[in-house]
Design a protein around this ligand. Structure first.
Ligand SMILES: [Zn+2]
Length: 59
């Protein structure tokens, strides 16, 4: 039935939106294409100080 197909799409949408939001948030925080990356774990940061402080506690 057509109605069932629509239901599946409606169920799948929130997850997609949630993923998109997480991606945008990560990008906004510079975790995806930040200029500076942690030399230890490779996590990206927009600010050099943040990248240097990332794994400093573990060193
Ligand atoms: Zn790190």
């Amino acid at each position: 039935m057509k109605v069932k197909e629509d239901d599946e799409i409606l169920v799948r949408d929130p997850n997609y939106v949630k993923y998109e939001r997480l991606l945008l948030q990560a990008e906004a925080e510079g975790r995806i294409d930040g200029k500076y990356s942690c030399l230890v774990c490779g996590m990206h940061y927009r600010e050099k100080a943040a990248a240097e402080a990332c794994c400093r506690a573990a060193l």
